[in-house]
Ligand binder design. Sequence first.
Ligand code: PEP
Ligand code: MN
Length: 288
Amino acid sequence: MRASWQERFAETSDVLKSSQHQQTVVRVLDLEIGGSQFITMAGPCSVETEQQILSIAHHVRAQGAQVLRGGAFKPRSSPYAFQGLGLEGLKLLAKARSETGLAIVTEVMSEDDVSLVAEYADILQIGSRSMENFTLIDAAARSGRPLLLKRGMMATVDDLLRSAQIALTAGNANVILCERGIRTFDSTLRNTFDPAAIALLKHISHLPVIADPSHACGHRELVPALARIGVAAGADGMIVEVHPQPEQAWSDGEQSLTFAEFDEMMTMLKPYIRHRAAAVGNLLETVG
Ligand code: PEP
Ligand code: MN
């Protein structure tokens, strides 16, 4: 990395690559996030019922996902929309883990809930709307669980790195960065996907970086293309929404893939992931 990048991001030096730190590998159960394997996190936007979450967990696992996503505490745009099942949702996620062996990622929205969510989840998601809630990030980091830190919808790359730096300062280096689309002048899609941010983050930071093609566009028919772009940009993994009946979903149905669409996407991604593995392998050889 050139000195100019070091200067540009000097305020967040702990998250930058250095001679001591080339790549952070976040270990969750038997997974290595940020290692040579591309990691797929998949599941519904919200945990709805036992039958829903268990059927999704079994399905995505059979198709190669390693982590189950599902919101139990939901940051909804409307105060009248479904806000999540709370503790009941966390228990259902834990049941899905014990049935499938999938690791669990779920959002924590409040400092008060950190210890509860950390009891059930393997990775704590800090949502887009919470990316600048520094006391929440500090408390979540101190739980000792790895964090999935989503880029705020109006946050710059500097802002995202500053939030990550807070977790590292609190003693937790297990931070996974996530590009999930930002707000721009173009409101055609839900958000504007920014794969250049993935390329930049991979270039300057030692933290793993993943793509969220679902929130990045808001339309299920575009999700597979954005997932391919994420892999090509160098992401270490992706987080994607899947639902057996998207039109019945309690949140984010328009962007949730059906089981058949998820299966097709996973098949289509294979050559891209193989190419990425070859590129990562070459890099390791060059470095080593
Ligand atoms: C989610 O993952 O369902 C979610 C609410 O994400 P974001 O914070 O990126 O909007
Ligand atoms: Mn969602």
